[in-house]
Design a protein around this ligand. Structure first.
Ligand SMILES: [Zn+2]
Length: 119
């Protein structure tokens, strides 16, 4: 998986801004590269069911999701896993204290995967 460095920095910043609340967004992009976040109103786990991919700009695909954990736990919860299985190929969790190392990426089954960061 590949994402732009700006996007990773944005995720960490947004998570920090919303602390101690959680934040959830979808990751979109072109050619499989995560470029943008789409923020939606959410209730835990419900968001993914109501997204219509035809609302996305042409050529953009939902690649995965991003959400934050206000506690320093970089592991997906049961609810996270059920969300992961519903949409996208990769899922980023950012956790308190939201520094450069406070994130991990998982596949739809909750296995950690490597992400290439593009400058
Ligand atoms: Zn979570």
């Amino acid at each position: 998986m590949e994402i732009k460095r700006e996007l990773l920095e944005l995720m960490l910043a947004v998570a920090k801004e919303n602390h101690p609340n959680e934040i959830v967004a979808l990751i979109t992009g072109r050619k499989g590269i995560g470029e943008e976040l789409i923020f939606l109103p959410f209730e835990s786990g419900e968001t993914m069911a109501i997204i219509h991919t035809d609302m996305l700009p042409l050529g953009m695909k939902i690649l995965g999701s991003f959400h934050s954990h206000p506690r320093p736990i970089l592991e997906p919860s049961q609810a996270d896993l059920s969300m992961f299985s519903r949409i996208g190929k990769f899922h980023i969790i950012v956790a308190y204290p939201y520094d450069k190392k406070s994130w991990r990426c998982f596949d739809r089954y909750g296995n950690e995967i490597e992400v290439k960061i593009l400058d």
